[in-house]
Design a protein around this ligand. Structure first.
Ligand code: PHE
Length: 498
């Protein structure tokens, strides 16, 4: 018998836990800010409804129907398609190797927050950047200079993998129960941070930046690219994991509804986190007397530089707020990390090679940790950035587009829809078939070409040296090749079924 979620809420919480993650707290707010504030919400919602939810229904439906992880699903569609199930497994695996490093930084920050180690008041505010780059990362001059691992980060990383091992080695039963806690705790923490944020002076200015729509931005294709890729990323699609999670659902259970619940809960969390973050950004502007544009809101800087600046400047309870914020990131990250490792990698390996769960879990944890050491070195941030572009942009979008095409045209979108409708309260119409067959893959391919290839081929990604930026293509091709190799290996029937 395949393992099962012991109840429906456990599956839903596990799926929500995978979806809400670092992406909701730092990526969503800064994208919103960068792409026209409130206007960004429009493409974001359009993408959620026309792309995210239908795609999630597809992944849930496939997992439940075939009762296998991603490679098993594509093998079920046709022996020659199995590689298309392995490619996202590689993507998920590479993603978790560095995602856990970001969680390790969060943990270090939670600890540093106890004493507000970067300093309070003006001194802390001006020292927060240096703290991140010099103290936490010990950043080197470029991707060619790796240097030694930063031991504190490495230690936290090892600790995280031990926790992940203990959550995963018993499978869905424990994952489901742990997820309920690890989803509810960040929600409570975010609520506390929100209240703190909106009661700070200057909060209103931040919220104005967050929500005032700049409608002219809608004409800019970049905004749409950003919305597409953010929705795919935030819903944890295209990573093989959702398919595996759904494969533990009993054949008769509803999945369409679960896809709606999961997607909306995730996006509501992002929206909510935006208030907590932007009210705080507004406060920094006022306290430091700088316009919002100068608050470094981009990427990791938002969570690890701007927020610490705010913590330094807060009128009281600095340490508490710091600890809560970084613990929130930590918990949010952990649920996504075990989702990637378990659903994305361990289940496919167990399905294919008949490995026992404990053994498969131990192997994956050990290898992923070892690769993660690279990102804890002084040059690690550069590689993290390059790897992020490779897997969470190209890998995710390309494998997602191919999966939709194969499911839509080879397996048959209609067949899958009938399967979904047979057990679901919400019945979807034929429009869904066309979303999967044409709209979603076309949108994804468009983003890959215009938002990706056109830029990264014209000039090395982010101005890195050519040899380093070229690793994007090397890794993509290597993982594709390895996926074909895995397809060629004969499947061993699992011992005892699971
Ligand atoms: N959805 C997660 C987030 O928003 C990231 C993630 C992507 C996790 C893909 C797993 C798979 O942070």
């Amino acid at each position: 018998m395949r393992e099962r979620w012991t109840s429906r809420p456990l599956f839903i919480f596990a799926a929500i836990g995978s979806a809400i993650g670092l992406g909701n707290v730092w990526r969503f707010p800064y994208l919103t800010y960068e792409y026209g504030g409130g206007a960004f919400l429009i493409p974001w919602i359009v993408c959620l409804i026309f792309m995210g939810i239908p795609w999630m229904m597809m992944e849930f439906g496939l997992g439940r129907y075939f009762q296998r992880g991603a490679p098993g699903v594509f093998e079920g569609i046709g022996k020659k398609w199995e590689w298309l199930g392995w490619w996202p497994v590689w993507v998920a695996f590479l993603l978790v190797t560095y995602y856990t490093v970001v969680i390790a930084w969060s943990l270090r920050y939670a600890i540093s927050s106890l004493t507000v180690a970067w300093g309070t008041g003006e001194a802390g505010a001006s020292g927060a950047g240096a703290f991140f780059f010099e103290h936490i990362l010990k950043l080197s001059d470029g991707p060619g200079v790796l240097g030694a691992p930063v031991w504190a980060t490495l230690f936290c990383l090892a600790f995280i993998w031990v926790i992940l091992f203990f959550i995963m080695y018993k499978g869905a039963k424990v994952i489901g129960r742990v997820s309920v806690w690890l989803v509810c705790i960040p929600w409570v923490l975010l609520a506390v941070l929100l209240i703190r944020g909106i009661t700070l002076p200057g909060a209103v200015d931040g919220l104005n930046y967050y929500l005032t729509p700049n409608l002219a931005a809608l004409a800019d294709p970049e905004v749409w690219f950003a919305a597409f890729s953010q929705i795919a990323f935030t819903l944890s699609l295209g990573m093989a994991g959702m398919i595996a999670y759904a494969s533990f659902i009993a054949k008769k259970a509803d999945v369409t509804n679960n896809a709606f619940i999961t997607s909306f809960s995730n996006c509501a969390t992002s929206f909510f986190a935006g208030f907590a973050v932007f009210s705080t950004v507004g406060f920094i502007m006022q306290a430091l007397n700088v316009p919002v544009g100068e608050v470094s809101a981009a990427g990791l800087g938002l969570a690890f530089v701007s927020y610490p600046v705010a913590i330094s400047m807060m009128p009281g309870a600095n340490a508490v707020i710091g600890v809560l914020f970084f613990l929130c990131l930590f918990f949010l990250g952990i649920t996504s990390a075990y989702f990637l490792a378990y659903g994305g990698v361990i289940i496919p390996l167990m399905d294919k090679f008949g490995l026992g769960r404990v053994k498969a879990t131990a192997i994956v944890c050990a290898i992923a940790f070892t690769i993660g050491i690279l990102y804890t070195t002084s040059g690690g941030l550069y590689w993290l950035d390059i790897m992020d572009r490779t897997v969470s942009f190209y890998g995710l979008l390309i494998t997602g587009a191919l999966a939709c095409i194969v499911v839509g045209w080879v397996y048959g979108a209609r067949k899958l829809r009938e399967h979904l409708n047979a057990t679901s309260d919400i019945k979807v119409g034929a429009w869904w078939d066309w979303l999967i067959k044409v709209v979603v893959p076309a949108a994804l391919i468009f983003v890959v070409i215009y938002g990706g290839f056109m830029k990264d081929i014209a000039a090395p990604y982010e101005g890195y040296p050519l040899w380093a930026a070229s690793m994007i293509w090397v890794i993509l091709l290597a993982t594709l090749g390895l996926s074909f190799w895995l397809q060629a290996i004969k499947t061993r029937t699992a011992k005892g079924g699971e």
